[in-house]
Design a protein around this ligand. Sequence first.
Ligand code: SF4
Ligand code: SF4
Length: 468
Amino acid sequence: MKNESNGENPRVKDLLEFNEIKSVFAKRKTQFLFQLPAVLLLIIVIFAGFFGIQNSNKSLATISIWVVWWSLLIISLALLGRAWCFMCPFGAAGDWVQRRTFYKRIGRAFSLNRRWPAKFRNLSLAAIFFLAITWADFQFNLVNSPMNTAYFIFVLLGLVVMVSIIFERRTFCRYVCPITGLIGLYSMFAPFELRAREKETCKTCKEKYCISGNEKGYPCPVFEYPGTMEKNTHCILCTECVKTCHRNNISFNLRPFAGDFLAITKTRMDEGLFVLMLLGVTIFQTLVMIRPWAGFTRDLMIYTGASYDSVRFILFITAAILPVLIYSIAVGISKLFNRKIVFKDLFTAYAYSIIPLGLMMHLSHNIRHLLEEGAGIISVLSDPFGYGWDLFGTSGYMPGPILGSNGILLIQWLLMFIGLGFSVSVGRNISRRMFRGNDSAYIPVLIFIFIFFVFNLWVLGQPIMHKH
Ligand code: SF4
Ligand code: SF4
């Protein structure tokens, strides 16, 4: 059965045209039914970390979070956008405390409802948290420590609940969550989008229930307005606006990959900087796993007389900053040949063209983890605490790589070429739409992208030292 379609864009297919899908999203219970198992699983993971075996190869906490969940999250961002946010147990915990209900629409929130300070309404805090957690991973061996993993989840849960009690709606998800920047920017690549069907309908809509909420649903938890939304970055797919919109004007579209980049008109400096920082951190995470890294850091320690921790910290910060510096030089050269274009416009606009390559770099890093170590979850599920249980008869399973090293490398390189192809195509599209088809403005950025592409191909080809 089909709803009425607006047919505004022939390249997308609105899945809410199907009444069966629409009715699932319109039900208040649907999100809860996805959140509940995720919350229960997280509780088991915390218990496994605190009270279970402290061997990262046999702990549910480390394998489920750092190998399986983290890898599947990056894959899901490329394929489904922010679908994870729909079921995220951290967001659920904040909502449940703030709303004092699991899924009903209630009037008064258990929150001071403070507004988030204007100067932090950007990705700055999320970037700091992201860097801090990535660093904590190195410093406190997070991914190899079930206990520290449990502490980490516990503290994060406490932070979500605290922010929800003090600040309005999902302030945490929008401005604080350490992975909101990564999730938001990568999800722009996904072949799904939630948008207003017709912008004109929103313009003439007086009630704007998507902003204010009504008896059917809450106001948008992340302060979005579907009437002007043009990218996936912030929408957490909670489907509240599907429930509240009385004009049936919300669509959930299947669209071509990288659809956001072909349509955005508003670019942001904080997002551009986050993309570049993420690029550097992603490469660094792979770099520390390759064999030549050990020799390189040892030489640096001898040369500088600094400790391993200091050398690693300086290299980590350098990795986060270096892409910003190199990219600034590339944009500066571009500006030399295009004096009429403002540096900031070039910088922010072309930064989005790096996202497809950055996403594929991240994906290629995690795909190795998943294919080489992911099978470990099979035995761990049968014995989640390492107490000698055999719940599903698989505790004796000896996990091995799902695919050989050469096969994985092939997939990684393939992903890299896909990323490069999309990045170049997005860059050219940005030139066409934002800089009047001036392709020459893009050439220095293209060289920047190519340098990182080649460097990452080299890094991926190096022998790996595994963390688990
Ligand atoms: S309530 Fe519906 S029609 Fe009105 S502004 Fe929001 S999305 Fe648009
Ligand atoms: S735009 Fe709609 S689906 Fe997206 S976060 Fe806001 S209310 Fe939820």
